[in-house]
Design a protein around this ligand. Sequence first.
Ligand code: 5GP
Length: 203
Amino acid sequence: MKLEFRRRGILFVVSAPSGAGKSTLLNALRPGADFVYSVSCTTRAPRPGEIDGEDYHFLSAEDFVARLAAGDFLESAEVHGNFYGTLRSSVSEHLADGVDVLIDIDVQGASTIRREPSADIRTSIADIFIMPPSLDELRHRLLKRGTETPEQIEMRLKNAATEMEAWRDYRYTLISGSMEEDLQKFRAIMRAERYLSRRLILV
Ligand code: 5GP
């Protein structure tokens, strides 16, 4: 008889200060990905090139509040003056079907998900923190990106210093280097998580 494993999906929770290289990394991972990227809702205005339904579901504040009241969000938080939320519908069913899901959320959202009442969700978590190599480099990357005003950059840098204190709460932490290095490390983490004995069910 051939042995076979089945497992629930893994919820990859990725957090990083704004400009740490997370979006570049996630965009590099997405083509041909063997996981589903959960598209968050936000009240932030789209940046040039961002596509509604692909990068975010861009909502008005009214629509966001209505979805919050309807209990549609697994978690939600105010980050840098805007609201962000993870839709329950883009996570739960996939995990039950054995499909891995990646969510890109801030440290508050990650903390909420770790306290999620559903044990199925809690045990599916593999959380990863991406550190910028330094705050100077972070400033440099944010300036280079050029999508924020100087005031917004200052707010993001101030928040970054606070966010970085949370790295120990994550199972994995990697310091962002070149895109290739980050990609390799990230893939190694994903691969190892898929072989954790406690996730496997022998059928
Ligand atoms: P940005 O505006 O640069 O796309 O994202 C700003 C911050 O919001 C990032 O730290 C990102 O991880 C976080 N974020 C994006 N989507 C969500 C979400 O659904 N929930 C939470 N809590 N944070 C999110």
